[in-house]
Design a protein. Structure first.
Length: 162
């Protein structure tokens, strides 16, 4: 049930969430790669991780860009409409998932086995924060419409369900 004249903030928790994931990743890179100098891979495995990391980083930026710049999300927020088309038909949180995919790619580029868990840690941070903030707000604001949308569209991995 939509509340009268109430809408989500334009930026939401996004800047804090993205900054938190970036800081966790940066601290891990400095501690693991430079301070402890543990787990750095070499040879084919290092090259493979760099290639995969680069391949992940590029779509991460594209997903964020489409969700943030090309989706007209600001208008939907101002007008209290649940955005369900375009990239939002593929992923509920393209701006956050784009950053997560990008940061995951950056973690892999460092070709360090101990940075791989950082990808999962960031996933957990993102999931917990979204479940306890924006998803609650959206559920309160849109009710059943949002519940149905959640059943059709993934939270953070862009994937078209049948």
């Amino acid at each position: 049930m939509m509340k009268n004249k109430e809408h989500l903030p334009i930026f939401g928790i996004g800047p804090f969430l993205v900054t938190g994931m970036a800081v966790v990743t940066a601290i891990a890179i400095v501690l693991i790669y430079y301070v402890c100098k543990l787990g750095t891979l070499s040879g084919f495995t290092a090259m493979l991780l760099r290639v995969v990391g680069t391949i992940l980083s590029i779509p991460g930026i594209i997903i964020w860009f489409i969700g943030a710049v090309r989706s007209d999300m600001d208008e939907n927020i101002k007008e209290n409409r649940l955005k369900k088309n375009g990239i939002y038909a593929w992923v509920r949180n393209p701006m956050y998932s784009g950053w997560w995919i990008f940061i995951s790619g950056i973690s892999l580029i460092w070709h360090n086995v101990f940075l791989i868990p950082v990808i999962l840690i960031n996933w957990c941070i993102m999931t917990v924060v979204l479940k306890n903030t924006e998803e609650k707000w959206l559920r309160d604001l849109y009710g059943r419409e949002y519940e149905d949308y959640c059943k059709r569209v993934n939270r953070c991995i862009p994937w078209k369900r049948n």
